[in-house]
Each structure stands twice: as structure tokens, then as C-alpha cells.
Ligand binder design. Structure first.
Ligand code: NAD
Length: 365
């Protein structure tokens, strides 16, 4: 494979790049955040070019955005989901193949993997935390059985790599802050319990069958339109409702604090973990950190930009207990060291971008 071919199928990751100076290992523009040249070269070599990729939960908040850089870099992407409506629409989403199916049904998963023959599966499909408390049977079938079905299909049909979206909800209350890399995982929610099980099962498939399983524990993901089913839904909904309705009522206390990550960083984290050379990995599941504002600090970020918004607090005991059980500051040094992880969005940059996107969308016909 020539350097030219590698360059053509690789997207520059520098956020300041104009595209004029792009080279094999990224961009000539100075960017203090990019990892060493050697690590970037290893990363490019570690991934097969023009891969077949399957994303479970591919129409969701994260999946419908992860498809964009994958399609742009030349991968053939299939989206496996129970429903077809994209959380975020894009030309790249429309280029991906849709495979309808239910994670809880082993036959659906096996058929999807057989028909698309992916090199990599990003396993993102899940029932999120608040929805899992409301529908525990469904959460068990999708998150527990579904994850086993994905791992089983992957190793039976020779998938090279499975990337799993785990969560900080795998940790329970009473842990030190910042959360150490190897803190015990005794989650307070059913969702967290199913995700710990997913991590352990993936590691089992790695040791037992040699499957290249890797996972990342994501904080609450903030997006211009976020996922609705999590106890973390407030962090996106606060921006949306403030922009659209001029008011937002937090179902938390002003002091409730949660770990958060902007969606662009979450997508980049999944890609970077996927692309990391296996020899650099010292563990199979990594913590990554973004920001950890309280509800009140989030409200302040909104009020600085939209001063007329009315913010109130009506704490819901179930969701408040779930959110307050999460570690809001996290040691992510292992991910930084092994695969160059770094979040690029702080609270201000994130608030600016979300409100800009929402304002632009509100002008669209
Ligand atoms: N949103 C967050 O704040 C957050 C935080 C940490 C981790 N995560 C994890 O990231 C992943 C993606 O989350 P998201 O924010 O995109 O959530 P989402 O709810 O927007 O997306 C989940 C997708 O899974 C699909 N799905 C649900 N049941 C299914 C089934 N039986 N078969 C096939 N597909 C099914 C849904 O239709 C949806 O499109 C999940 O695994 C979640 O646990 C999310």
C-alpha cells in the first residue's frame, strides 16, 4: 500500500486544518494536541484500509455521528438497528447500508454479521440508564443477551475487532475523586450492571478466543440533540429546551455533578481506540474524561449565552440518585498514554458549539 493510498483514505484530525497542508500523518499546521508522529504512523498501519464496519445501534445519537468519519475515510458502513430514523441526519448516514434487526435476537445479529462481513463491529446498541430502570426486562435482553450475541457472532464469523461503548455508570457511589483507573465497579443501576457484564464478557472472548475486544467507558454524552433514554439526558436537553422554549427545569439539584463529554470528542475517542495498534494497549477497557460541571454550572454556561432563559430545579429522586452515583472527575491517564486520548472541548467551547448548531437548525425550513 503506497503512502499516497494511505493519505487518500485518511481524514486529517486537526480541527484547525484547512485541508491545504494535509500530509500522511495528519496536518502540517501546528497542533499541540496531536500525538507523536510515530504513534500516528503506527495507528495508520494498524488499521486495514477500506474496512467493512458494522455499527449496532447505528441510528442512535452516537452511531449516526460515528458513521460520518468512517464513510469519509472510505469504510463501507452498515448500521444495525431496530429502527431506521437517524438521530442525526447527514449525507454520510444516507450512504451507509441499513440492516434492520433486534440485538436480542441471535439470528438477526448473526445474519447481519454474515451479510456485511465486517472487519470491525462498533457495538453501541443499548437501552440507556433511565429507560433500563423503566423496562428492566428489555434492558436485560438488549444489553446482556445482545452483547453476547454480538461477541458470539463476531468470533464465529471471524470479525477482527469489536469496540464496545461502556459507561461511567459501571461505577457506583462512594468512590474517590478523581476516580482511579482501577476503581471497583459496583454500579447503582441495572444499566451499569449490564454494562459491567458486557465489559467482562468481551474480555472473556478476548482471552478465550483471541477476539480483539476493546471498550471505552464514556461519560454522559452532550450533543445538540442528545439521547433521551439516559439519566444523563439533562445535559443535552438543558441546551435544547433553553434554545427552543426559553426555559429548562433540571430534574436534579443545583449541586448535582456529572461527568460529561461532548459528542465530537466521544466519536473521536471511539475512532482513536479502534485505530490504536494492539501492541500499545495495556488493558482492554479504558476510562476517558471530559468535563464535570454541576447542574448549576451548566445553567450558568447557558445563561451567559441566553440571559433570558428561565432555569428551575425539580429534583427527581431516582434520576438524581443515579446521576449523583457517577464519578464526576476521572483519571484517564491510561488512555492518554496508550492511544493518545485527549478531550478537545471544555464547557465554554461545547456550549458555544451546541447553541450555534441549535440556532442554525432552527433557521432550517
Ligand atoms: N448517551 C450517553 O450519554 C451515553 C453515555 C455513556 C455510554 N453510552 C453508550 O453509548 C452507546 C450509544 O448511546 P447513544 O447515546 O447513541 O444512545 P441512543 O439511545 O441514541 O442509541 C442507541 C441505539 O440503539 C438502538 N437499539 C435499542 N435497542 C435495540 C435493539 N434491541 N436492537 C438493535 N438496536 C437497538 C436504538 O434504536 C438506538 O438507535 C450505548 O451503548 C450507550 O450505553 C451513552
Amino acid at each position: 500500500m503506497s503512502n499516497e493510498a494511505i493519505r487518500l483514505t485518511t481524514t486529517c484530525r486537526s480541527r484547525t486544518c484547512t485541508g491545504k497542508m494535509c500530509s500522511l500523518v495528519g496536518c502540517d499546521e501546528p497542533d499541540p494536541d496531536v500525538r507523536s508522529m510515530e504513534m500516528r504512523r503506527d495507528e495508520l498501519r494498524s488499521r486495514k484500509l477500506d474496512m467493512n464496519v458494522l455499527i449496532t445501534g447505528g441510528c442512535g445519537n452516537l452511531g449516526s455521528r460515528l458513521v460520518v468519519p468512517l464513510v469519509r475515510r472510505g469504510d463501507r458502513v452498515a448500521l444495525f438497528d431496530v429502527q431506521r430514523r437517524p438521530h442525526a441526519r447527514s449525507p454520510e448516514f444516507d450512504q451507509a447500508r441499513f440492516i434492520g434487526g433486534d440485538l436480542a435476537n441471535a439470528g438477526d445479529v448473526l445474519e447481519a454479521v454474515r451479510s456485511h462481513a465486517p472487519d470491525t463491529v462498533f457495538h453501541l446498541g443499548a437501552i440507556l440508564s433511565a429507560a433500563a430502570e423503566e423496562h428492566p426486562g428489555l434492558a436485560w435482553r438488549v444489553n446482556m443477551d445482545g452483547t453476547r450475541h454480538v461477541l458470539e457472532a463476531a468470533w464465529q464469523l471471524g470479525v477482527r475487532r469489536v469496540v464496545f461503548s461502556s459507561t461511567v455508570a459501571t461505577y457506583g457511589p462512594g468512590l474517590p475523586v478523581p476516580l482511579p483507573a482501577d476503581a471497583p465497579q459496583w454500579p447503582a443501576s441495572l444499566y451499569g450492571a449490564t454494562k459491567v457484564a458486557g465489559e467482562r464478557l468481551g474480555v472473556y472472548y478476548h482471552h478465550r478466543f483471541g477476539l480483539d475486544f476493546r471498550g471505552v467507558r464514556l461519560p454522559a454524552i452532550v450533543a445538540p440533540r442528545g439521547a433521551a433514554g439516559g439519566a444523563s439526558a439533562f445535559c443535552s436537553a438543558a441546551f435544547e429546551e433553553a434554545a427552543r422554549l426559553g426555559a429548562y427545569s433540571f430534574y436534579l439539584r443545583p449541586t448535582s455533578r456529572a461527568p460529561m463529554l461532548y459528542i465530537a470528542d466521544a466519536v473521536q475517542g471511539l475512532l482513536d481506540l479502534h485505530d490504536a495498534p494492539e501492541k500499545h494497549l495495556t488493558r482492554r477497557v479504558y476510562n476517558i474524561a471530559g468535563i464535570g460541571p454541576s447542574a448549576e454550572e451548566l445553567a450558568q454556561a447557558i445563561l451567559q449565552r441566553l440571559p433570558n432563559v428561565r432555569i428551575t430545579y425539580e429534583p427527581d429522586p431516582v434520576r438524581t440518585a443515579i446521576v449523583e452515583s457517577w464519578p464526576w472527575e476521572i483519571d484517564d491517564s491510561c488512555a492518554r498514554r496508550d492511544w493518545g486520548w485527549k478531550a478537545h472541548y471544555g464547557l465554554d467551547r461545547m456550549a458555544d458549539e451546541i447553541l450555534e448548531v441549535l440556532a442554525r437548525e432552527s433557521q432550517e425550513p
